[in-house]
Design a protein around this ligand. Sequence first.
Ligand SMILES: Nc1ncnc2c1ncn2[C@@H]1O[C@H](COP(=O)(O)OP(=O)(O)OP(=O)(O)O)[C@@H](O)[C@H]1O
Ligand SMILES: [Mg+2]
Length: 279
Amino acid sequence: MKLVIVGHIGLNEDRTPHGSAVSPGGAAYACARGAAVLDATQVGVVATVGDDLSLAPIRNLGVNLLGVRVARGRSPRFYIDQHPDGRRTFSVDFGIATEAAPDSFPQAYRLTRHVHLATAPPEQQLAWLVHLRRVLPRATISVDMFEHFAERDGALCRQVCRGADLIFMNEEEQRLLFGGHEHPPVPAVVKFGPEGAGYCQDGQLTRVRATREEPVDTTHAGEILAGVFLSLRAYGLPRQDCLAHAVRAAAAKVTQFGVNGDALTATLDRIRAEVTAAA
Ligand SMILES: Nc1ncnc2c1ncn2[C@@H]1O[C@H](COP(=O)(O)OP(=O)(O)OP(=O)(O)O)[C@@H](O)[C@H]1O
Ligand SMILES: [Mg+2]
């Protein structure tokens, strides 16, 4: 595997000013959707789902599912309300996925070069981080933050960030976590909503502007961005090119509910065609 994504797979219930929808989601699912932009067979996913969930959506991505474990019980269900001012409120029923399950990390993934800990409660991310540093001493590890957890448990989120090789966070998460605390010497991909994203290293920010879209549903735009960015990085593309493609994919995502809209599919197809033609 070139890239392994650890996180949750379940259903999202998104309520936005444009309506509401229930769709396949969870941060690991959305991130895998972005990461499948190139060779999906080189992307592994580690998650525990309940036996009530159809695995068809994750199977359809073509990613490797050795790390997806099915347990008896309810799959995670995420409820996200997006308010007209851009704020969002969040609640979750984790079902059978209340704790990190490090023993579910397949032996076959132990040679992967990079592991991404998708958005999850910081205590789960920390348990994974401690375990993976021990069993995969050579892999690099990235982590994604979430404002809901940054607000609730900033100290634990900062501990996760300090232990990572790359941080993904939006502006609000950066303010909550590092507004009054020293930023660890770890590079970060910082997301600015309709303004795009930037790569921040040693206090230097290199930005990529987005083509601003009227947002219908922004949930998981950050996961799509992370998935595309990491997949293209694992393929060896220069960092700025990876970020530019990732920002393009994320912009297509916000125009439709969920992560299976045809605008995102078409954009991922175009990125794949461009990257493989240039190789
Ligand atoms: N209105 C928009 N138009 C174009 N691109 C957008 C818009 N909103 C978001 N994006 C793109 O999506 C990326 C991620 O969005 P955002 O900044 O909301 O991250 P996030 O809060 O981590 O998302 P999430 O946690 O819901 O996955 C942005 O960096 C930007 O590239
Ligand atoms: Mg996010």
